[in-house]
Design a protein around this ligand. Sequence first.
Ligand code: NAP
Length: 234
Amino acid sequence: MKKIALVTGAGRGIGKEIAKKLQEDGYFVIANSKNTVIENTETQMGYLADVSNSSEVSKMIEDIIKKHGKIDVLVNNAGIAQQKLFTDISEADWDTMMDTNLKSMFLVTKAVLPHMIHEKCGAILNISSIWGMVGASCEVHYSAAKAGVIGFTKALAKEVALSNIRVNCVAPGIIKTDMLNDFTEDDLTNLAEETPLGILGTPRDIAEAVSFLVSDKAKFITGQVLSSNGGFVI
Ligand code: NAP
């Protein structure tokens, strides 16, 4: 029987590549997105749900368990970004940022964890950002949410380790996806030049790190943050 992985925010960008890589690794993947319709194949099922909405999350996990009986790997990847001066961030901006990037992780993990505890086995991988490690100007709400992801990862790792469940985090550097659509070509060239390896990352770079951390090769690794960032943050 194939192992089952749930990847949130898998409609585009990093999540889509993580879903692809996990299928290559032999998983059956439930690829969640909010609006992007993801096709069903022999190794993948698309599932539309807003992961910041508790009833949509409960229904998604119930449906997956009904159909597949278990979830071996959870990748909490769904997220949004926004560039604004701190003084321009509205309460609604703050709430949307926290709900999408952090509360979603609470909701999905809370719904999945009892099933992993029942199996006494599981791997959870949370996507943070280098900005959650070092902070980004004009992205205070994003940086705060992504720093929260790191705290969430470390605390949960301690709590569930005895149930044989590992919880780790990947904190990407600058990765070329739709999330960078507001950046000009000049901005992107400058960011690549500021990166010691001289290039921007690709979704594949992140998918490889995720694939490793959820695999048995990383069976002694929990509560850690792996920052795949080309040397941008050392
Ligand atoms: P992206 O290309 O904008 O894709 C984001 C994905 O998240 C989309 O598939 C989107 O669904 C989904 N999503 C957003 N809100 C959702 C919700 N409420 N419920 C379900 N799905 C939702 O972004 P990305 O660059 O791949 O980013 C993926 C993750 O990596 C995010 O957590 C991001 O913060 C993190 N990250 C990215 C970078 C970077 O440079 N790109 C750097 C560090 C960290 P739809 O397709 O339906 O819209």
